[in-house]
Design a protein around this ligand. Structure first.
Ligand code: GDP
Ligand code: MG
Length: 294
């Protein structure tokens, strides 16, 4: 039997569990999981290589209202990823009951093979599940309706097994030991954004971009030096991220450094600073500089 290789898009409203499922499928924390919606910034691709072949999972940002250039760019990326994939996982949160998921796109369900993935089944009683499976099965021409818990891993293996037959035959696109096509520094940026989000509990991350200025081994010691700058749009935002006497940035830095060290498996010296750049989200050069637009 020859190997298969293809792309699977994870689509669903913020907080439905896309990042959790992607991490579960790949077995590594590649994507940021957050109790609050909309922290996934770039399209995160997770790569799974097994005997049957290779799957490249794409966790797209939501198609929230484009409020500016940056939002429009995210929405365009998400749309393209869906239309070009071999299979789409349409995710629904089973606690929301029998309602059409907000990101649902019947056009794509008809043109691209689709599964309805009913997530968070650990949070509802078994008898409540059957009517939901019935409802979603009638919502569109889904090849499968798969109830899962991305959090506990329940039924995720079945989801994966059902996936292989929708992927085209072909050699792997990535080396078997590669887990993501995002360079390490992209993931480092994501880790910093994640901690900033968790600590500030504000809309800051959307108005901020992290730029890695240095990423290198230091001559003297064993620690990897990472220098990063968080660019925000206003002094008030800088005030929040820096905090009283620099306490907030210190907390963000320590937590982010721990995440980065765990991921890279090496001690890290993280130099984290905050700068204000007026209206950077309206500026094409800034978007390009921060890697948010080609
Ligand atoms: P995303 O915005 O779609 O990427 O959602 P996340 O993966 O960031 O998850 C949002 C929240 O839902 C996080 O607090 C997750 O821990 C939680 N979550 C995700 N999947 C499950 C699940 O299957 N069961 C439960 N109980 N919580 C989940
Ligand atoms: Mg996410």
């Amino acid at each position: 039997m020859s190997a298969v290789c293809g792309f699977v898009s994870l689509v669903g409203e913020p907080n439905v569990g896309k990042s959790t499922l992607l991490n579960r499928l790949v077995g590594e924390p590649l994507a940021i999981v957050s109790p609050k919606p909309q922290t996934t910034w770039n399209v995160v691709r997770g790569i799974l290589t097994a005997e049957k072949g290779q799957v490249i999972f794409v966790d797209t940002p939501g198609l929230h209202q484009p409020r500016d250039l940056c939002g429009a760019h995210l929405a365009a990326e998400a749309k393209r990823a869906r239309a070009e994939s071999d299979l789409v996982y349409w995710m629904a949160d089973c606690r929301k009951g029998a309602v059409v998921p907000p990101e649902f796109d019947p056009g794509i369900v008809h043109s691209v093979p689709s599964f309805l993935v009913l997530n968070k089944v650990d949070l509802i009683e078994k008898p409540a599940l059957l009517p939901l499976i019935d409802y979603f099965g009638k919502l569109g021409p889904f090849r499968e309706v798969v109830p899962v818990s991305a959090k506990t891993g329940d039924n995720v293996e079945r989801l994966l097994q059902a996936t292989w037959s929708y992927l085209p035959e072909g050699p792997p696109l990535f080396p078997a030991d590669q887990l993501s096509d995002q360079p390490e520094r992209e993931l480092v940026k994501e880790f910093i954004r994640e901690q900033m989000y968790l600590f500030t509990q504000q809309e800051i991350p959307y108005a901020s971009a992290v730029k890695i200025e240095e990423f290198r081994e230091r001559e003297d010691g064993r620690k990897l030096l990472i220098a990063a700058v968080i660019h925000v749009e206003r002094d008030s935002q800088k005030g929040i991220v820096v905090g009283k006497g620099g306490e907030m940035i210190k907390k963000i830095g320590i937590a982010a450094r721990r995440r980065i060290e765990a991921f890279l498996g090496t001690p890290v010296y993280l130099d984290l600073r905050v700068k204000v750049r007026d209206k950077w989200r309206q500026n094409k050069d800034s978007l390009r500089e921060f890697g948010l637009q080609p």
